[in-house]
Design a protein around this ligand. Structure first.
Ligand SMILES: Nc1ncnc2c1ncn2[C@@H]1O[C@H](COP(=O)(O)OP(=O)(O)OP(=O)(O)O)[C@@H](O)[C@H]1O
Ligand SMILES: [Mg+2]
Length: 234
């Protein structure tokens, strides 16, 4: 479903944000991307939705080689991928309903589809009771649930989340991750970049750990730290 082959990304500064990455994520997987700041996590996610291009190597998403993709094909790639960010990114002057509906309007969906899909996806994220609220009337966790609904309204096979709990308290964060897990269980491939130790350790999922642009650990049932890492004794 998502495949990286010998992928390198160098920015104009000369800095290698990703170094010789080989990685496959199968359809329907759930994986965490962890690593210190600057390790290359966001760069990895951006490559998948073609917000960045690799300097070297091949990336395939749903059997499509992104290197061979024409500019006019990019919107079609992005319809297959929902993206969620740390800062939610909702439009402040639109209601919950309008924010989610907007994602369908921009791709030219029929009004009947919008009327059916928006309430459905708001129910999925447990925000069906607040369609008329504006973002500033919602808590951070509620805003993130709406942002997830917006990412999912088009029913994409892939959901990418870049530090989706970065602005949330621990309990709310856990709720958001449970929601992402629920979405994964329904069949979506989910990739989550995070600094949240507690969540990664609790979920017992695949962990891809990066350090300075290199994939240094890939475990099917992983923790935030590698097993060899010795916690300092109290
Ligand atoms: N547009 C850019 N131009 C130049 N360098 C960049 C650009 N974007 C990212 N970088 C550099 O590439 C490296 C990887 O950045 P990236 O954003 O992928 O890290 P990250 O793991 O997501 O970090 P964080 O945990 O802080 O979000 C960093 O050293 C960063 O400074
Ligand atoms: Mg980042």
């Amino acid at each position: 479903m998502i495949e990286f082959k010998d992928v390198c990304v160098s920015y104009a500064s000369g800095w290698q944000a990703l170094h010789n990455l080989n990685l496959t994520v199968e359809k329907g997987e759930f994986a965490f991307i962890v690593g210190p700041t600057g390790a290359g996590k966001s760069t990895l996610l951006k490559l998948i939705y073609r917000d960045e291009k690799p300097t070297q190597g091949t990336i395939r998403v749903s059997d499509q080689n992104l290197n061979e993709m024409r500019l006019r094909d990019i919107p079609f790639l992005r319809r297959k991928i929902g993206v969620v960010y740390q800062d939610f990114g909702l439009l402040p002057n639109k209601t919950v309903y309008e924010n989610v509906a907007f994602a369908l309007q921009v791709i030219g969906a029929a009004r009947s589809t919008i009327r059916k899909q928006v309430p459905h996806v708001l129910e999925l994220v447990a925000m069906g009771h607040r369609p008329d609220s504006f973002p500033n009337q919602l808590s951070g966790g509620e805003q993130q649930r709406v942002a997830i609904a917006r990412a999912l309204v088009n029913d994409p096979p892939i959901l990418l989340a870049d530090e989706p709990t970065g602005n949330l308290d621990p309990e709310t964060s856990m709720g958001i991750i449970q929601l992402l897990n629920h979405i994964h269980v329904r069949g979506t491939t989910v990739l989550v970049a995070t600094h949240d130790h507690a969540i990664v350790d609790m979920m017992q999922r695949r962990v891809l750990a990066f350090e300075r642009g290199k994939l240094v650990r890939d475990e099917l049932v992983g923790a935030y730290r590698s097993a060899e890492f010795e916690e300092p004794r109290p």
